[in-house]
Ligand binder design. Structure first.
Ligand SMILES: Nc1ncnc2c1ncn2[C@@H]1O[C@H](COP(=O)(O)OP(=O)(O)OP(=O)(O)O)[C@@H](O)[C@H]1O
Ligand SMILES: O=C(O)[C@H](O)[C@@H](O)[C@H](O)[C@H](O)CO
Length: 233
C-alpha cells in the first residue's frame, strides 16, 4: 500500500483546541450524507460531502464500475483531513466520508487528530436496496460489495462510535409518506427518523408526543452529542 505517511503529515497539525470535527463514515448508501447534514444542522456548523472532494478521475472510475484503490484514495483522504483541519478554529465541520479502512482514518487524523468518527452501519440488504432505489447518483449499486469488502470497523483505540443507520419507523411516521411508502412497508428508518429534531439521533427510542413517529434506531442524545466532541465511548 502506498498511502502518504501519517507521521509526516502530523507535523503540520496545528496545536490542539476544542472544536467539533466529525466524520460520518460507512459504505456507499449507508446514509452518510443524510446524517451528516442532519448532524451539522443540530450542531449549527457546516457539512461537506467528501464525494465533492474526489478528483474527477476517482468519480469517473467509480461511475465506470471500478472500485477505488488505496492509491486512488490517498490524496483524496489528505484533502478530507485538510478540510477538517481548516475548520479547527472556526467551530468545526461534519464531513460525510466513507473512510472505510483504518489506514484511511489514520490519514485523516494525521491532519485533524481530534476528528470523531461516527460509523453508520446497516444490514447488507438494506444498503443494497437503498443503493438500488436512489437515482441520479454516480455510484453503481454493484460497487457496494467492494465497499463492504474493504470496510474495517473502528478499532477500540479510535475516537468514535458505531450507530445503526435507521430503525423501523412506526406505520404512522409521516416521513414514510415522503418516501412513497405505504403503512405496510417495513422500512429501516426513513430520512425523517434521522433528521427530525426529536428523531433517534437526538433521543433514545422515543415516541413523539401524539405518537406520530417512533423508531428503534440507536440514538445519540444531546448530551452524548457533546461528549462525542470530547471523546466518544
Ligand atoms: N434512514 C434511511 N432510511 C431510508 N433511506 C435512507 C436513510 N438514510 C438515507 N437513505 C436514503 O438512502 C440513500 C443513500 O443515502 P445517502 O446518500 O445519505 O448515503 P451515503 O452514505 O451518503 O451514500 P454515498 O456515500 O453512496 O453517497 C439515499 O437515497 C437516501 O435518501
Ligand atoms: O472510498 C470510496 O470508495 C468512495 O468514497 C465511495 O465510498 C464513494 O465516493 C461513495 O460511497 C459514493 O457513493
Amino acid at each position: 500500500m502506498r498511502l502518504p505517511e501519517g507521521d509526516k503529515l502530523r507535523a503540520d497539525v496545528p496545536s490542539a483546541r476544542s472544536s467539533i470535527l466529525v466524520v460520518v463514515m460507512g459504505v456507499s448508501a449507508a446514509g452518510k450524507s443524510s446524517v451528516a447534514a442532519a448532524l451539522a444542522k443540530m450542531l449549527a456548523i457546516p457539512w461537506v460531502d467528501a464525494d465533492d472532494l474526489h478528483p474527477m478521475e476517482n468519480t469517473a472510475k467509480m461511475a465506470a464500475g471500478h472500485p477505488l484503490t488505496d492509491e486512488d484514495r490517498g490524496p483524496w483522504l489528505v484533502t478530507v483531513g485538510t478540510r477538517l483541519a481548516a475548520s479547527h478554529d472556526v467551530g468545526g465541520v461534519v464531513v460525510a466520508c466513507s473512510a472505510l479502512r483504518r489506514a484511511y482514518r489514520d490519514l485523516i487524523r494525521a491532519r485533524a487528530p481530534e476528528t470523531v468518527f461516527i460509523h453508520l452501519t446497516g444490514p447488507h440488504q438494506l444498503l443494497a436496496e437503498r443503493a438500488q432505489r436512489r437515482t441520479g447518483h454516480f455510484m453503481p449499486p454493484a460497487l457496494l460489495e467492494s465497499q463492504l469488502a474493504a470496510l474495517e470497523p473502528l478499532d477500540s483505540d479510535e475516537t468514535g462510535t458505531a450507530r445503526a443507520s435507521g430503525g423501523f419507523c412506526a406505520s404512522t411516521c409521516t416521513g414514510r409518506r415522503k418516501m412513497g411508502l405505504g403503512a405496510n412497508d417495513r422500512v429501516l428508518g426513513c430520512e425523517r427518523c434521522i433528521v427530525a429534531p426529536h428523531g433517534p439521533l437526538m433521543t433514545s427510542h422515543r415516541r413523539r408526543a401524539g405518537g406520530s413517529h417512533t423508531s428503534d434506531q440507536e440514538s445519540v442524545t444531546a448530551r452524548e452529542r457533546w461528549s462525542a466532541t470530547h471523546g466518544l465511548n
